[in-house]
Design a protein. Structure first.
Length: 140
């Protein structure tokens, strides 16, 4: 059976840690979908999660444990894999948010869509799924 693939933006990694639905979608579809995220998406999640957890009155250590566990099923893609597509990805997305280029470059390298809540990816040349619609892709 061929696996589908999808690249997750940092905001989806954060949602997977903070809530149940995203994490459930990932776990429920592990048999048929390969999940990836650029290494920098994990760095972003590790940077922003402690403050988000503090706002919710939750210990950041628990969040980091969940994020670490996610790393074994949402595979981080190393910079070397997508670095060669930096210029092309920047041409497509820099007008909106240049910081998002690694996610786009990973999707371009693998030839798969992006899962994000960030509208900056729309019109960048790869299919883009939001959490409220991604199940259509995952189970199709």
């Amino acid at each position: 059976m061929n696996h589908k693939a999808i690249v997750l933006d940092a905001n989806i990694l954060i949602r997977a840690v903070l809530g149940k639905r995203v994490r459930e979608l990932i776990v429920e579809n592990l048999a048929t979908v390969k999940f990836f995220a650029p290494d920098v998406a994990y760095e972003d999640a590790r940077k922003y999660l402690p403050a988000l957890m503090e706002k919710r009155g939750v210990k950041g250590v628990a969040a980091m444990t969940v994020l670490d566990a996610l790393e074994s099923i949402v595979r981080p893609l190393e910079f070397d894999l997508y670095a060669g597509l930096q210029q092309q990805a920047l041409q497509r997305i820099a007008i909106r948010d240049a910081d998002d280029w690694p996610v786009l470059a990973c999707a371009m390298a693998i030839g798969c869509p992006v899962w994000t809540e960030d509208t900056d990816f729309f019109g960048a040349g790869v299919a883009t799924w939001t959490t409220d619609r991604v199940e259509l892709y995952l189970v199709a």
